[in-house]
Design a protein around this ligand. Structure first.
Ligand code: AMP
Length: 190
C-alpha cells in the first residue's frame, strides 16, 4: 500500500496534482474540502456545520474533520493506497491520522510539500474563483485569512513530518506536467 499526503497552502495545486497521481499510482483520493463541499451541496447536517467555517476561511473543528476522515479510511482500507489532499491541516489531525492508520497496520509513506510563492497563490485562487464559483476563492479577505490559518495551524506539520523523515519539498511553480514529473520521481525514489 502506498499512502501519500499532498501538502501545501491554498492554491498550491494539491487537487490538480492529486488527479494525475491517483491515476498513475491507483490511489483512493480523500480531499476533505471536496467532501465538505459535497455535504454543503446536499445540505446534510455536516454540510450546514462546515459552511459556517468554510465561508470565513476558518478550519472546520478537528473532532468533526477527524471523525469524517476516520470513517472514510476504514471504509476504504482494502484499496491499494490513499492520497490525502487538504488533510491533515493541524498537528492534532496529523497525530490522529497516524493513530487511525496504525490501528489498521498502515502508515504514511511520503509527504509531498508543494512550494509556491504567495503572489502566484493569490493569482491562482482568484482565477479558480472565477471558474469554479467557489465563494472562498472569490473574496481577497477570505483568501488572506486562509493563508493566516495555514501559517498558524498547518505549517507546523512541516516539522512534524520532517521529524518523521517523511517530508519531501517539491517546487510547485511551472507547468502542471513539470510539477507532476517532480512529484512522480520523489515517489519513485521511495
Ligand atoms: P480546500 O478545498 O482544501 O481548500 O478546503 C476548503 C475549506 O474546507 C478550508 O478552507 C476549510 O474551511 C475546510 N477544510 C478542508 N479540509 C480541512 C481540514 N483538514 N480541517 C479543517 N477544515 C478543512
Amino acid at each position: 500500500m502506498l499512502n501519500i499526503i499532498i501538502f501545501g497552502p491554498p492554491g498550491a495545486g494539491k487537487g490538480t496534482q492529486s488527479e494525475g497521481l491517483i491515476n498513475k499510482f491507483n490511489l483512493t483520493h480523500l480531499s476533505t474540502g471536496d467532501v465538505f463541499r459535497m455535504n454543503i451541496k446536499q445540505e446534510t447536517p455536516l454540510g450546514v456545520l462546515a459552511k459556517n467555517y468554510i465561508d470565513k476561511g476558518e478550519l472546520v473543528p478537528d473532532e468533526v474533520t477527524i471523525g469524517m476522515v476516520k470513517n472514510f479510511i476504514i471504509e476504504n482500507s482494502n484499496e491499494s493506497g490513499f492520497i490525502f489532499d487538504g488533510f491533515p491541516r493541524t498537528i492534532a489531525q496529523g497525530d490522529a491520522l497516524d493513530k487511525i492508520l496504525a490501528e489498521l497496520d498502515l502508515s504514511i509513506d511520503i509527504v509531498l510539500a508543494l512550494q509556491v510563492e504567495e503572489d502566484e497563490l493569490v493569482r491562482r485562487l482568484l482565477d479558480r474563483g472565477k471558474r469554479s464559483g467557489r465563494k472562498d476563492d472569490q473574496d481577497e479577505e477570505t483568501i488572506r485569512n486562509r493563508f493566516k490559518v495555514y501559517q498558524n495551524e498547518t505549517e507546523p506539520l512541516l516539522s512534524f513530518y520532517q521529524n518523521q523523515d517523511k517530508l519531501v519539498r517539491v517546487a510547485g511553480m511551472g507547468s502542471v506536467q513539470d510539477i507532476f514529473n517532480r512529484l512522480t520521481s520523489a515517489i519513485e525514489t521511495l
